[in-house]
Each structure stands twice: as C-alpha cells, then as structure tokens.
Design a protein around this ligand. Structure first.
Ligand SMILES: [Zn+2]
Ligand SMILES: [Zn+2]
Ligand SMILES: [Zn+2]
Ligand SMILES: [Zn+2]
Length: 296
C-alpha cells in the first residue's frame, strides 16, 4: 500500500484504430522500397535541418525562429531567454516554409538509438512513438515514486529487487484480498499473478477521480507487450451478501500502463458504498480469473 500522487507524464492519449503493431515495420519497408539512394540521402540532409541545437531532438510544427532565422524546439524554447545560436531575442516568428517541408520529410523514431528502425512522417511520429516497442517500459507499479524504466526483459527483475513486498500467487484463478479498504486517502493494493507462463499485475486503486467522490478502480495488466496482452482475457468478480459484480476485459500491457484505463473507466469501477456492501471487516476479496482469449 502506498500513498500516491498521479504521474501525468506517464499518461498516454488513447490511439484509436488498429494496426499499430505493424507501424514500425510498414514505415521502414516503405522508405527502403520507395526511396532510392539519392532520395534517402537528401531526406537525411533535410531531417538534419530540423535538429534542435540544444537537445538534438527535431524542431517540429509550429516552427518558430529567432529574428536571424535560427530554430529551436518548443520544449527547449520554453526554458530559454535568448536564441541558443546567436544569443539574439527569441521572437515569435513562424517559419511556414519549414513547417511545410516538415510535413513531407520522414523523421527517425525517437527511439532509434534503442534500435527502432522506423522512419515516419511528422504527422505519424507521435502516434508511432507512443506504441513503439523500443520505447522503454516504465515500472508497472502504481504511484509516481518509482522512476525506473528499461526493457521488458528486465521488468520482473526490477520488481523482485525494488518491490519485494508485492506477493505473487500462482494459478489462473486466484483471490486478490485487499485489506483495510476504508483507509483514508488515495491508496493502492497490488499483487502479482503467475499463470500461462506469464506474469500479471493486479491493481486496486482507491482515489478521488471527481472532487469529494472516492471510487475504487480494479485492473489487470500483463508484464508483456500489447501483442501479448491480446492473447488473454481477465475477469474480476466480487461476491457476497447475495450480490455479484463482474468485469471482463483484455489485460492492459504495462507498456501503456493502466492510468488511461482508470481515466476512461475502462476497468472495474465501483463506489465506496458498493465496496462496503461486499467488504468483510474492512477487507475486500476480488476473484481474478485469467484465461487465454480463445476460450471465450
Ligand atoms: Zn530542443
Ligand atoms: Zn538566432
Ligand atoms: Zn519507434
Ligand atoms: Zn519500480
């Protein structure tokens, strides 16, 4: 259990529409198939024109220049008082020509240094990077206290070393017992479930999504990629006092995290008064069943 503050930086906008898993491959093969040697070369030269002199990320629309015509990216610009190239004033001059060029140039993915081969249009860049398999995985634990990130292969090792207090239950059908659910403030309960050769993290979170209105949010995430998540279905069920509440859904990949699921209520959501109906001496038992997707 940890008191928590919500990490806004980890929150991702929901990308609607499918086909995201093939984005990287599609883009790469497109550029290598359609662009000849000469095109590739000039395209690389063009992308270098968009490099921010401070952080070496790309300067993307809206593109603002200093009065001498130098560019700096939006995030660096907000921290600067003068142009990093000429020390002149940072005027608000839009460079519409560069913006137009930006729309036709293919930029390497932000995670190219991690091995991502994707080269994408500016308009597809952000969407690709959110789902890019080369983007480091964040620590899947709720709360903003742990800043760890790394490859998927190292997530379990991180949990074993830095989050030893999390218990693991074996099996596809287990009981997640949340104790002292009436504790005041924002509280998280976390448990691991191991089945079908995969590890799942169960999270129950109590928080005020709306002022003065506390709710519980329960969600299952797989220690795996979005593609692996698609192979499973989880079911949460709370039983007791001749009442039953159930929720079934695909687990979330820890790559996307579960904050967006909570924000969109794409999880088991119930009020504190409902929790009281099911709780036994302040403890709430949630039955968790994970099954391969084909079974349903
Ligand atoms: Zn920059
Ligand atoms: Zn300048
Ligand atoms: Zn990428
Ligand atoms: Zn961590």
């Amino acid at each position: 259990m940890t008191n928590k503050t919500i990490s806004k930086e980890r929150e991702l906008p929901i990308v609607s529409g499918a086909g995201h898993l093939s984005t990287g491959i599609t883009s790469t093969s497109t550029s290598s198939l359609t662009a000849g040697g000469g095109d590739d070369c000039s395209s690389t030269d063009l992308t270098s024109l968009f490099e921010c002199p401070v952080c070496f990320d790309y300067v993307l629309p809206p593109i603002l220049q200093c009065s001498s015509g130098h560019l700096v990216c939006v995030s660096c610009r907000s921290k600067l008082t003068c142009c990093p190239t000429c020390r002149g004033p940072l005027a608000n001059i839009r460079n519409l020509a560069m913006e137009k060029v930006a729309y036709s140039v293919r930029f390497p993915c932000k995670y190219s240094a991690c091995g991502c081969p994707a080269v994408v249009l500016y308009t597809e860049k952000q969407q690709h990077e959110e789902i890019c398999e080369y983007r480091p995985y964040p620590c899947p634990c709720p709360g903003a206290t742990c800043k760890w990130q790394g490859s998927l292969d190292h997530v379990m090792q991180h949990l074993k070393i830095s989050h030893q207090s999390i218990t693991t239950l074996q099996g596809e059908d287990i009981v997640f017992l949340a104790t002292d659910i009436n504790l005041p403030g924002a509280v998280d309960w976390v448990m691991m479930q191991s089945c079908f050769g995969h590890q799942f993290m169960l999270v129950l979170e109590k928080r005020e999504k709306y002022d003065g209105h506390q709710q519980f949010f329960a969600v299952v995430q797989i220690i795996g990629s979005r593609k692996e998540a698609q192979n499973f279905v989880y079911r949460l069920e709370i039983n007791g006092n001749r009442r039953r509440l159930t929720w079934e859904a695909m687990p979330h990949s820890i790559h996307e995290g579960f904050m967006s699921a909570i924000d969109n209520s794409d999880c088991l959501v119930f009020d504190t008064s409902i929790a009281d109906l099911f709780a036994d001496s302040g403890n709430l038992a949630i039955n968790v069943t994970i099954s391969p997707r084909e079974k349903l």
